[in-house]
Design a protein around this ligand. Sequence first.
Ligand code: 1GP
Length: 237
Amino acid sequence: MRLDGQGLLVLVDPVRTDGAAAARIGRAAKAAGVRGFLIGSSFDGAAQTHAVARALRESAPGVPVALFPGSAMQLTDQVDLVLFLSLVSGRNPQYLIEEHVRAVPFLRQHPVPTLSTAYILIDGGRVTSVESVSQTRPLPADKPELAAAHATAANLIGMQAIYLDAGSGADRPVSTDVIRACRAAVPNRPLFVGGGIRTPDQAHVARQAGADFVVIGTVLEQDPGVRELEAFVEAVR
Ligand code: 1GP
C-alpha cells in the first residue's frame, strides 16, 4: 500500500499508546478519512512498535502505516513504508548515517519499502525529545533561507522527501515562511510538516503553505473522536 498524494497523517507514539488505544485511534482515523499513519518515538518504543503497528493495520485496513523511527531498534515489518530519516539539520553522524547502516540486516531479511527523508528540525520554542535524544540543535525558526538550503542540499544528494518538524509537543509549529521556502526550494518531492499542530486551522495553514502531509500526534492522545479527526482531515483537504 502506497503513501502518496496529500492529506492528514496521524502519528502514534508506541511508548504512550498500547494496542487497544491504537485500535481505537485506527478505527476513528479510518472513519474520518485520514490519509495514513506514522508510528514512532524519539526514545525507546522498540518493544511496543510491532504490536502497535499491527493494531493500526488491523483496525484501519486500507490506510497505509509508515514507520517514523527514532532508531534502527524500532524496525518492524508490520508497516507499508519506512521513512529512512536522516537528521540533516544536525551534525550527529549517528542520525545521519549510523542508524541507517544498523538497519540494513533487518531490511535484508524484511524488504519493507523505504523513503529516504531529509528530517529537518526547526526550533519550536522548547526543547523537544528529538533535540535532547539526538543531541542536535534545531534550525532557527526565523531563518527560512537556512531551512531551504538544507532541503535543497538533501534534494541534491538524492533524498526523496523532506520532513519539517518542530518536534512533538512544540509550543510553535513550523512557520509558513519556512514551509513556503522549503516548498519553493524542493517543489517535486513529498513535504511532511508536523510538530505542535493543535488545531484544524494550524493544519490548514501548513497545508496552504505547501505541505503535502500534515502530521498530528500529541493533540490526539486523549482518545480522539471521529468528529475531531474529520475537522483536521477537512482542514488539509
Ligand atoms: C512530531 O511531527 C510530529 O515528530 C507530531 O508532533 O506530537 O506535536 O503533533 P505533535
